[in-house]
Design a protein around this ligand. Structure first.
Ligand code: MG
Length: 300
């Protein structure tokens, strides 16, 4: 069990004593944005500074899914199974159609260009929720320096009518986001200002009102060592967070239950595999996987 850190007894039933961290692929520059395609039995993920999206499958191994990806970071799938992506360089959210063509979904808010969308989730009603911090346009490393035109907001886009609303406007660096399985809560990571000496870094939680607005925002937990970036819920309502030493598992009250220890900083991860119980971890220059004893929430 040395690859786990057990903090509360309840963590023991969420992991497997005979499952090990597997290295799936190595040698990237910085991995991000994993998304599982169960229908194709494959994982897509960003190799962000290399401006490409990679594809891995058990049977087909590793290959390039998309070169010149406009520095895509986070990915998810919509209710129709289409890939929805955050593009730093393109400063937009776009969707890959089933025929492979790409449709721009969101590029501007009130006439001003988005900053560099970082991470994205789709709610059961098809609305697309995403964070838009400044990180991707503050360096040439992850998309290219550009002027910001908007504050670092969190948005909800409704592709049915094209409406775009700000759902949170008091973050310095909104990052990963994730609904609870019942969608009554939305967790949003705050990673603060990129060049601050001591950036504000924690996970906040909001209640999702019936009208779709967020309410009652409060600090849920602080991740240490390192900080949260990507987050996911399992179907039992635990929140899993990336961290400097691996992946942390928290109960809905924000209490740390345990950790899966990983040799390098984890930026993002997703549940996948045949039963949605395998964690795929984008960790610095590598991609790892480990089977767990809990399934990811049906809508990541
Ligand atoms: Mg992120």
């Amino acid at each position: 069990m040395d690859r786990y850190e057990l903090i509360q007894p309840g963590f023991k039933k969420l992991v497997l004593p005979n499952a090990y961290l597997e290295t799936l692929a190595e040698g990237f520059r910085w991995t991000e944005g994993p998304v599982w395609f169960g229908d194709r039995d494959e994982l897509l993920f960003s190799d962000l500074p290399n401006n490409r999206v990679m594809r891995w499958s058990e049977s087909g191994g590793l290959n390039v899914f998309r070169e010149n990806s406009d520095f895509e970071n986070g990915h998810t799938r919509d209710r129709e199974g289409r890939l929805v992506s955050c593009s730093h360089r393109g400063r937009r959210i776009h969707r890959t159609e089933l025929d492979g063509s790409i449709t721009a979904l969101v590029e501007r808010y009130e006439g001003k260009r988005l900053n560099s969308p970082n991470d994205v989730v789709v709610k059961s009603d098809g609305t697309i929720w995403f964070s838009d911090p400044h990180y991707g346009i503050q360096t040439d490393y992850e998309g290219g320096k550009q002027e910001a035109e908007l504050p670092a907001n969190v948005y909800c886009f409704d592709p049915r009518d094209g409406s775009l609303i700000v759902v949170a406007d008091d973050f310095q660096g909104p990052n990963g986001l994730c609904f609870s399985p019942d969608e009554r809560r939305l967790y949003i990571v705050e990673t603060g200002l990129q060049f601050a000496t001591q950036p504000i870094q924690h996970i906040r939680v909001f209640d999702v009102r019936d009208d779709g607005q967020l309410a009652n925002g409060r600090v849920f937990c602080t991740i240490s060592p390192g900080n949260a970036d990507g987050i996911r819920c399992d179907e039992e309502g635990h929140l899993w967070s990336s961290a400097g030493d691996g992946v942390h598992c928290l109960d809905p009250g924000g209490e740390l239950l345990g950790k899966i220890l990983v040799p390098s900083t984890v930026a993002n991860f997703t549940f996948g595999g045949r039963n949605r119980s395998r964690l795929f971890l984008c960790a610095t220059r590598s991609v790892y996987a480990i089977y767990t004893n809990v399934r990811g929430a049906s809508r990541p």
